[in-house]
Design a protein. Structure first.
Length: 432
């Protein structure tokens, strides 16, 4: 009861921050602008996810002050200090602890070269080079636990993961970057996401599957972030929301976990992947569509292999469904100020058109629609999601109760065929 009360209060705080008409505050070297407001909302949701997963500890609470400093500070020296302290407190490996120090080094290096220590200094853009972007991208991969990839998952603390993605958003306020770095980030994020997804399928225990699944969503959030379009930033921000939802879901993987952590339409993870597909098409990187499609299908299959707990997880499933259907309204209400702030460094390719409670579409510079999701389709997809829920109810007693036993792919497909409606069932084999 206590964790639900704490998580609910933090969720209400995040909702107030996201739905308030306008929040702008400056003082003591801090400024709550559009980007900081977006990240403060994600921070509240991250704390709520940790509370629901019973992972909210003293170290996380100690890191709140330096994390807020790194998010809201105007002075690059304060940003560097906050990033270094946060990674030292929240890092779960030595590479994750070093990631914040690498990020701090970039800000100090850039400020020293430009002889300016404020985000609003006009000389920062003149000294921004590919080396700065490279170090920021590598530090993000280290902080997210994506490099090096091994057989043991090391999912990052959610506040640290959000802090690693923040500089890749902030960099557009400094100036435009080379398109080649967009390709590099897409290949790094998509490749790491597919690796984590495969490890999730091959893992033997439910805990490892959950960690690999959370890593998959964080890696997917990294893939579109440097495509320099509004749709890419919206997709990356939404994928970060999906990662937080997966963190709260995989802690107990209830019976409706596939609706809250999988990519079933019209849930929030599915809508985030759809935005990423639109950003890839309009940004000239259509090769990113295949990894996004595999992630969409693979995350659902991984959750199907988990033995569900006694809990249903109805609250998280409803949150994913409401978040997916209401995502256009949320972005129109909340994220538009962030896109306007970063507009100088963004390309005209891939602008999302958001129609509250109706749907969304992504168009290029010639107003040609790349992807669209009208509201009528969302209603039909909701019925599909309900049918999948019924199918999962029929599935509930099939997986083995011993989590050390692996479901081999042939066995998994045979169980799917036996449990699908209107298909003749054979007697289950004893090779489980």
């Amino acid at each position: 009861m206590r964790r639900w009360l704490t998580g609910g209060l933090l969720l209400l705080a995040g909702a107030w921050m996201g739905l308030a008409p306008h929040i702008a505050w400056a003082g003591f070297g801090l400024h709550v602008d559009g980007v900081a407001r977006a990240w403060l909302l994600l921070g509240c949701l991250a704390l709520a996810a940790l509370a629901w997963a019973e992972q909210l500890n003293r170290r996380t609470l100690l890191a709140l002050l330096p994390w807020t400093l790194a998010v809201c500070a105007l002075d690059l020296r304060l940003v560097a200090f906050g990033a270094a302290i946060t990674s030292a407190l929240l890092g779960r490996s030595w590479l994750q602890r070093c990631a914040g120090w690498l990020q701090a080094g970039v800000w100090l290096w850039l400020g020293w070269q430009a002889h300016a220590w404020s985000w609003s200094a006009p000389t920062l853009g003149a000294f921004l080079t590919s080396w700065h972007v490279f170090v920021l991208m590598i530090s993000a991969a280290f902080g997210l636990g994506l490099l090096p990839l091994g057989r043991t998952p090391c999912a990052p603390a959610p506040l640290l993961a959000l802090l690693m993605l923040l500089p890749l958003f902030r960099i557009y306020a400094v100036g435009p970057i080379n398109w080649g770095w967009a390709v590099a980030a897409a290949l790094l994020g998509a490749g790491a996401a597919l690796w984590c997804l495969w490890r999730a399928v091959d893992s033997a225990t439910a805990a490892q599957k959950g960690e690999w699944l959370v890593l998959t969503w964080w890696a997917t959030a990294l893939a579109p972030v440097l495509l320099a379009s509004e749709a890419a930033l919206v997709a990356s921000w939404s994928l970060a929301l999906a990662a937080l939802l997966a963190l709260a879901t995989c802690a107990d993987h209830g019976r409706l976990a596939v609706l809250s952590a999988g990519a079933l339409p019209p849930t929030l993870p599915f809508m985030a992947l759809w935005l990423g597909a639109g950003a890839a098409l309009t940004g000239g990187l259509a090769v990113l569509l295949l990894p996004l499609w595999l992630i969409c299908v693979g995350t659902t299959l991984v959750l199907l292999t988990l033995q569900p707990s006694a809990r249903w997880g109805t609250g998280r499933a409803l949150l994913a469904l409401v978040g997916g259907i209401g995502l256009p309204w949320l972005l129109e209400r909340f994220f538009s100020t962030t896109l306007q702030q970063l507009g100088a460094g963004l390309s005209p390719f891939g602008r999302p058109l958001l129609w509250p409670w109706i749907g969304l579409s992504v168009r290029d510079a010639g107003s040609v629609t790349a992807t669209t999701v009208p509201g009528v389709v969302l209603g039909a997809l909701f019925m599909v999601a309900a049918a999948v829920g019924v199918l999962l109810w029929r599935w509930r007693s099939t997986p083995p109760t011993d989590t050390s036993v692996r479901l081999r792919p042939p066995t998994l497909w045979r169980l799917l065929r036996q449990r699908l409606p209107l298909v003749q069932r054979d007697r289950p084999s004893d090779d489980l």
